[in-house]
Design a protein around this ligand. Structure first.
Ligand code: ATP
Length: 236
């Protein structure tokens, strides 16, 4: 059984039909990428999984258990961590306070401490800047806080929305190295990325979203070799 399953989901924003019959699955331990152009519905897919928008049709399941009827809080507690696009940090709070917010619903103090140590090991920059206001950080550092905050919920599945957005190329490499490391430590990842090349080099499998529908899916290697994908998303 897939760890996470999106099954024939439709989502509307008012009259805008943002997702049509979208299905995808992520197995335990995988990194799966969702690629597609601007406005294709990538963020909406993640927001549907984490309960920020509700599907009008279809289901989202975690280990076979429907979660699309639950509130976002409960979904987070079930083990879905979401690092949203645009970071959405508490800019007037410190780095440490932002990370604390990621663990707000947990009571397992010792494990929270371990997760703090884990985040600071993954992102040594954040350890140095623990008392700095999040709003004063660089874009790359804010991205680290957003991922770190999602990890502080000790998620089974981590949803990453455009981790490369607005970052200098060298930082993109750093962030993606850390994403692979998080996965190697056992966290399953669903990643959305406009940078299809890096997404396909990081993931085992991927789905292509076009104007609200999945148009193609397969192994990352097969998609990298596909002339259609090369033309539309790899600039070849
Ligand atoms: P981007 O990379 O630009 O964020 P995306 O693939 O993540 O693109 P979504 O943000 O999921 O795409 O948007 C999908 C569609 O839904 C777009 O047509 C967008 O304009 C529309 N949309 C998104 N959010 C809203 C909203 N709050 N109200 C109305 N329409 C919305």
């Amino acid at each position: 059984m897939a760890l996470l399953e999106v099954d024939a989901v439709d989502v509307f924003y008012g009259r805008v039909h943002a997702l049509r019959d979208v299905s995808l699955s992520v197995d335990q331990g995988e990194i799966v990428a969702l690629i597609g152009s601007n406005g294709a519905g990538k963020s909406t897919t993640l927001r549907t999984i984490s309960g920020l928008v509700r599907p009008t049709r279809g289901a989202v399941r975690l280990e076979g258990k429907p979660i699309h009827t639950m509130g976002a809080d409960q979904i987070a507690r079930m083990g879905i961590g979401h690092a949203p696009e645009g970071r959405q940090l508490f800019s007037r709070m410190t780095v440490k306070e932002n990370l604390d917010m990621g663990a707000y619903s947990r009571r397992d103090g010792a494990a929270i401490k371990r997760d703090f140590a884990r985040v600071y090991t993954l992102f040594p920059r954040l350890a140095e800047r623990g008392h700095q206001l999040a709003g004063s950080l660089s874009g790359g550092e804010q991205q680290m806080v957003a991922i770190g905050r999602a990890l502080m919920g000790s998620p089974r599945v981590l949803l990453l929305d455009e981790p490369s957005l607005g970052l200098a190329p060298i930082l993109v490499d750093t962030i993606f190295e850390v994403i692979r490391e998080i996965n190697a430590e056992g966290t399953t990842i669903l990643l959305i990325e406009q940078n299809a090349l890096i997404a396909l080099h990081t993931s085992a499998r991927a789905y292509v979203l076009e104007t609200g529908s999945i148009s193609t899916s397969g192994s990352a290697a097969a998609l990298l070799a596909s002339p259609d994908v090369q033309r539309a998303y790899l600039g070849m």
